[in-house]
Design a binder for this molecule. Structure first.
Ligand code: MG
Length: 309
């Protein structure tokens, strides 16, 4: 067999979101040192991009209220090297906090739909873009890389299917602000591969380079890997995933959430696509984290490889 298969990239960069997107919906507050150990283990497993925390107002996301305490444990003396540790920043105040701690990549989080923008940021889509404008401009002026999350790209729990032109409009607006990378979020997990192809074609037509696109799928309807493969076939090489399948969206109807990094690595390995990730170390990390959280990982691959039941 020829590897990687025709039309697929030789290498994929995994943007690991477990410590941030995964943990932020956990009710049990995880001790800061456990979070730090989680990030260190993920890095040791070969993940080169690990989204570490969020500089939102502590009362918005109590689980991540320890960002100032956590971040220096990762970057301080004897800290991680060769690993990018992006952080979420909603506004200039968040950016100030991230810059003070030496973050090299920050992420803003926009929405393709008005209802989610209102619920998540208490703003209209255009008001949220106006809020991001100085954040992105100042970050870029400081040589900081900026990722733009775009939520509800496929469906919205209040508005239903999301028109493609609306996603394209907000995506191009985020690019125009200066975002280096866009992460297209299927926040409630309703996308199917045909829809993924259609959206990626629409973005390409609007002039958004595929090298600037990442995909962020949720496995609510069991489509996350199929959607990922559809994106790889269209040239996407950055994929978001969460170790052990931690987390998800509080608005999704079922408990299943983020695509599990182990499930992703298993598929990519089978396709002959390089990720640099050691699946054994990664699985051991998710089993360890599941013990800390007191329940088994929902990842099929973690269960299969660790014989969890
Ligand atoms: Mg997610």
């Amino acid at each position: 067999m020829e590897f990687p298969a025709d039309g697929l990239p030789a290498r994929v960069r995994i943007h690991e979101v477990g410590p941030r997107d995964g943990l932020q919906n956990e009710k049990t507050v995880v001790p800061t040192e456990v979070k730090a150990e989680f990030v260190r283990r993920l890095a040791a497993a070969g993940l080169t991009t690990v989204e570490a925390t969020s500089f939102v107002r502590p009362e918005w996301v109590p689980q991540l209220a320890d960002a100032e305490d956590l971040y220096p444990r990762l970057t301080g003396p004897g800290g991680l090297t060769g690993v990018d540790l992006p952080v979420l920043v909603p506004n200039e105040r968040g950016l100030d906090r991230a810059l003070a701690l030496g973050a090299r990549t920050v992420a803003v989080f926009g929405s393709a739909t008005e209802t989610f923008a209102r619920r998540n940021l208490n703003r209209t889509v255009d008001e949220s873009l106006a809020m991001f404008e100085p954040v992105v401009a100042r970050a870029k002026a400081d040589g900081i890389r900026v990722r733009g999350y775009l939520s509800m790209c496929f469906g919205d729990p209040w508005e239903g299917p999301v028109p493609l032109r609306r996603v394209v409009r907000v995506a191009t607006a985020l690019r125009d602000l200066g975002c280096d990378e866009l992460s297209l979020g299927d926040t409630i997990g309703v996308a199917t591969p045909g829809h993924v192809r259609e959206l990626l074609a629409g973005l390409a037509e609007a002039g958004v380079p595929v090298s600037a696109i990442a995909v962020h799928f949720h496995d609510t309807y069991g489509q996350a890997l199929a959607n990922t493969l559809a994106a790889l076939e269209r040239g996407v090489t950055t994929v978001d995933a969460s170790a052990g399948g931690l987390g998800g969206c509080p608005y999704a109807k079922s408990a299943t959430g983020n695509l599990a990094t182990e499930d992703l690595v298993w598929m990519l390995r089978g396709l002959g696509i390089e990720t640099g990730v050691d699946l054994g170390l990664l699985t051991a990390t998710s089993v360890w984290m599941a013990e800390r959280l007191g329940r088994p990982s929902p990842s099929r691959t973690v269960r299969a490889l660790s014989h969890q039941e």
